[in-house]
Each structure stands twice: as structure tokens, then as C-alpha cells.
Design a protein around this ligand. Structure first.
Ligand SMILES: C[S@@+](CC[C@H](N)C(=O)[O-])C[C@H]1O[C@@H](n2cnc3c(N)ncnc32)[C@H](O)[C@@H]1O
Length: 496
């Protein structure tokens, strides 16, 4: 598809039209359409029938959300008057008596995002996709106040999603991509959202920022491991996991001291090897600490199925051959399993730590604060992991959370089962708490040391204090490791 070539004045006029019409997640929900990550082809027939005649919003939705062609004679006044600007901004083409949209406009995270349509057939090589669950998953890790005053980099920006989303938390964003169509979309999207602090640069990987460093780097690179190489947004030229490795190492090399990098990656998981090993190897000598969040490990068939859902739905005739091609590739490359993860890097002088967490459930919204707490917890444990240090320290657990406890009815009585702590917001990973440690967990308010808590609970319950102490230390390590607890009270950190 030809790229939109935005005219700045027209883009401003279109922005005003969209704002005035209420073209936003909430505005469109009010006419009965839930946008989420855009509208998928099979839903269009239903949605176009559900549209009420709230103009000009209904016409804008027909054009830019559903991708319908609209008769020029049926245009509401506001869209008719803006037709020249919509065309000059590259959003539509007037084709005789019909108006044809060239792009989709998806409301997402309070922004409007222009991107290529998701057609019912094959995607083209330079296809630029819209909001995806992957981009959402990556952004959930980035705190809202990520790096005030610092410059940021979005490597492989696509239509500019991540750059747009982090722009408010930094001093400016450099958005790079190898695909010139993507960069035109990024510039268009900056204009549509009234943003002037995103600079686009063309080039491969980190070439456009060779000598520069940043306080924040985000990258959702083409990490998929496959025999394919055509789709720029998904396929790298490599047959194995080189793209993820190089991106992780390059992010590390372009971070300022104290800067954070966030990336989604895949790696080839060798049988019997601890899953953190591969990425820890990639990070050797980079000067970065790392929190690695494992989404899952797929065998070759599960992985091939996951990345070919579109082909299964739209080209069932070709699907069996595609699966065979992918499986042959994995066999030829001796790939037995592939891991998918999010990686958070923080540049800091050596010695560096690596911390792996397996994500077990669905995330619960913003996880940036939890990631920060995990990093602080690992820093603390690096210096104070000894049992005596931990016992001498006061810990707080004051992030909003829940304690889930179950009583199971067995043999005529209720039995207390192990409990679980869960943060209200964050990664959605629970921390298990044995029944007799609940009293310890409930006392983590920073007012006394862990040793004091253990003594108090042992006296109150008659528990063996040595066992209680050892298991309390393990509980605190787990709470620090998952970002539930922090060392210190009232700003006082370190052993008390
Ligand atoms: C998975 S998409 C991510 C797009 C967007 N950042 C997001 O999160 O939705 C990967 C992006 O990397 C870009 N890309 C692919 N190969 C690249 C390369 N060698 N150098 C820079 N960008 C590249 C693609 O054009 C695409 O925009």
C-alpha cells in the first residue's frame, strides 16, 4: 500500500475534525463500538449495521475504523468540508463519486493511531500494523514517569506506537525504522496527536543513533524465529535468534548510566538448560542489570501455530504447507523450543545481577511501579542477602494488594490452605504464603525488623522460632524478588 505523505497543515485540520467529532475510544464506545485493538475484518458486517447516525462520527468510523467506502453525496457537512484536508493528509482518496480510506485510524491509549488496514488477504512486505497486544504488554512495563528530562529511543517504531505512548514521560523521542512507510506513519501520527517531540530517522537497527545514548529505550523488534523473511515488521533476515540477541546487546550499549531499556525477545531454548542462561549470556559484559519476564516456552509446533493464526483463518489451503515449512526449518536448525520474554535492562556499573520471573497469569494493568520495586529489591538483595542482614532489616509492603486465603472443608472440618498475595496492579504474579507465615506478612509495615516480627509471632503462636525465622527470610526474599515489599521504613533503606 502507498504510504501517506502528510501535509502538516492538513494534518492539523484533520486532528481538529477528529477531536470535534469525538473520534476516541470513549466517543466511539458511545455509539456502540468497542475498539480495543482495532476492528477485525469478520466484525465489520456486524458493526456497520450497529452504527447509529451520529454524524460526523458515524461516517468517520465507517471510513477509518471499518474501512468502508462512502458515497460523496452522503457525506455529513463536517467531513465534506474536510475532504481536501483528509486527502492531503494522506488518509483517503476521492475516487469518482466514492471516498476510499487509505489508512485505518485506531483510538488507543488516549491517542489516535493511523496504520495500514488489516486486509482479508496476504499482507504486503512493507505492511505497517496498528496497536497489538505485544505493544501493550511492553508499555505496561514502562512507568508513566519513565525518564523525565531524558531523551528516549524507540527502535523499530512502526507506526510510532511506543514513541507516542512514552513521549509525555521524556524530553523527546528518536523513532527509527528501516521501513520508510513506517516513518511516514509515525510523523503523521505525531501530527494527528499534536505531538512535536518525536524525531524520525531511517536506518537499520541502531545505525541511525550510532554514537548516541538515551535515558530510555523501547524496542519491539521483528523477533520471530522462522523460515520467512518477507514481512519487515515481523521477520528478521536471521534464521535463528540473532535479532533478539543483537537488539538486547545494542540497547545495553546505547543506555546512559541509570537508563532503562525495555524489549520483547525470543530465544532458542536449549533442552535442560535453565531458561535465564541464554539471555544472561547475551548480557555478559554489557554493564546492565536485567529483569527477564518469561511469557512462555513453546515447542516448534505450538510456536508455528501461534505465528500463523492469520494464515490458518485466511489461507487454509496454504496452511498445512506453511506449518511443514516452519517445522522443517526448526528441525534443520536443531531448534527444540523457543522462549518468549520481555526484558528490562538498567545500566549500572558492575557487578550486575540478572533476575528471572515466570509470568503465570494475565497482567493487571500498569506494571512499571512493580518493575521498579523488583529492581530496588534486587539491588538490596545484592548487598544484603545474608540471613542476618535480612533479619536486622524492617520491610514494608504498602503497595495496594490482596491476600487470598481459602478454607477447604475436609473430613468434617475447615483446613487453612496456603494463601497467596497479589498486587492490585502489575504483572499478575502471586506470591504464595504458608498459613503460619501470614502473621509475618501482615506485620511488614516497616515498624519493626524481621527478627522482631519473627519473635513476636513465635511467642504468640508457639511456633518453632528457628523454622519460622528461616521461612520468613525466604518469604521476604520472594516478596522483594517480585516487587511486593521494600526494604526500610519511611524512606529508610538498608539493614536497620
Ligand atoms: C514488531 S514491529 C513493532 C512496531 C511497533 N514498535 C510496535 O511496537 O507495534 C517491528 C518494527 O521493526 C521494524 N524493523 C524491522 N527490521 C528492522 C531493522 N533492521 N532496523 C530497524 N527497524 C526494523 C519494522 O519495520 C517494524 O516497524
Amino acid at each position: 500500500m502507498a504510504a501517506p505523505s502528510p501535509d502538516p497543515g492538513s494534518v492539523r485540520a484533520v486532528r481538529e475534525l477528529l477531536l470535534a467529532a469525538g473520534y476516541s475510544t470513549a466517543g466511539i464506545a458511545a455509539i456502540g463500538i468497542e475498539v480495543e485493538l482495532g476492528v477485525r475484518e469478520p466484525d465489520i458486517a456486524i458493526l456497520s449495521r450497529a452504527l447509529e447516525g451520529v454524524e460526523p462520527l458515524a461516517t468517520l468510523v465507517r471510513l477509518f475504523l471499518l474501512g468502508e467506502h462512502v458515497d460523496t453525496r452522503a457525506l455529513p457537512g463536517a467531513v465534506e468540508r474536510a475532504t481536501a484536508d483528509l486527502a492531503a493528509a494522506g488518509l483517503l482518496v476521492v475516487d469518482g463519486s466514492r471516498i476510499r480510506p487509505r489508512v485505518r485510524l485506531t483510538p488507543w491509549r488516549g491517542l489516535i493511531v493511523a496504520h495500514d488496514p488489516d486486509p482479508p488477504g496476504d499482507l504486503w512486505d512493507e505492511h505497517v500494523s496498528g496497536p497489538t497486544p505485544a505493544a501493550d504488554a511492553l508499555l505496561q512495563l514502562v512507568p508513566a514517569d519513565a525518564a523525565p528530562g531524558a531523551r528516549a529511543l524507540d527502535m523499530g517504531t512502526g507506526c510510532g506506537l511506543l514513541a507516542l505512548a512514552i513521549e509525555a514521560s521524556v524530553r523527546g523521542v528518536v523513532a527509527t525504522d528501516i521501513n520508510p512507510v513506517a516513518l511516514r506513519y509515525t510523523a503523521l501520527n505525531a501530527g494527528l496527536n499534536g505531538i512535536s517531540t518525536i524525531e524520525t530517522r531511517a536506518g537499520s537497527w541502531f545505525e541511525p543513533v550510532e554514537e548516541e545514548s538515551f535515558g530510555l529505550i523501547v524496542a519491539n523488534p521483528p523477533f520471530v524465529i522462522s523460515p520467512e523473511s518477507s514481512l519487515i515488521f515481523r521477520h528478521s533476515p536471521h534464521s535463528r535468534d540473532e535479532a533478539s540477541r543483537d537488539v538486547v546487546r545494542s540497547i545495553a550499549g546505547h543506555l546512559q548510566d541509570g537508563g532503562y531499556g525495555y524489549a520483547l525477545v525470543n530465544w532458542i531454548q536449549a533442552p535442560g538448560r535453565p531458561w535465564l542462561d541464554t539471555i544472561a549470556g547475551w548480557l555478559e559484559g554489557t554493564g546492565c542489570d536485567a529483569v527477564v519476564l518469561l511469557h512462555g516456552i513453546d515447542d516448534p509446533l505450538a510456536y508455528a501455530v501461534r505465528w500463523n493464526v492469520r494464515e490458518q483463518q485466511l489461507r487454509p489451503d496454504r496452511y498445512p504447507a506453511t506449518l511443514d515449512r516452519w517445522l522443517d526449518h526448526f528441525r534443520d536448525e536443531s531448534i527444540a523450543a523457543i522462549a518468549t520474554a520481555g526484558v528490562v535492562l538498567r545500566r549500572r556499573s558492575m557487578p550486575n545481577w540478572r533476575h528471572g520471573i515466570e509470568l503465570t497469569g494475565r497482567g493487571r494493568g500498569a506494571a512499571g511501579p512493580q518493575i521498579r520495586a523488583i529492581v530496588a529489591g534486587q539491588d538490596f538483595l545484592q548487598a544484603h542477602d545474608a540471613a542476618d542482614d535480612l533479619l536486622r532489616t524492617a520491610f514494608t509492603m504498602d503497595t495496594p494488594h490482596r491476600l487470598y486465603q481459602t478454607l477447604a472443608f475436609r473430613d468434617g472440618e475447615y483446613v487453612v490452605e496456603p494463601a497467596a498475595l497479589g498486587l492490585e496492579e502489575g504483572l499478575g504474579i502471586p506470591v504464595a504464603v504458608e498459613p503460619d507465615l501470614i502473621q509475618v506478612a501482615l506485620r511488614l509495615d516497616g515498624s519493626q525488623t524481621l527478627a522482631g516480627i519473627v519473635q513476636e509471632v513465635a511467642e504468640a503462636t508457639g511456633a518453632d522460632s528457628v523454622s519460622l525465622s528461616n521461612r520468613s527470610i525466604e518469604l521476604v526474599r520472594a516478596l522483594l524478588g517480585q516487587g511486593f515489599a521494600a526494604a526500610g521504613a519511611g524512606g529508610r533503606t538498608g539493614p536497620a
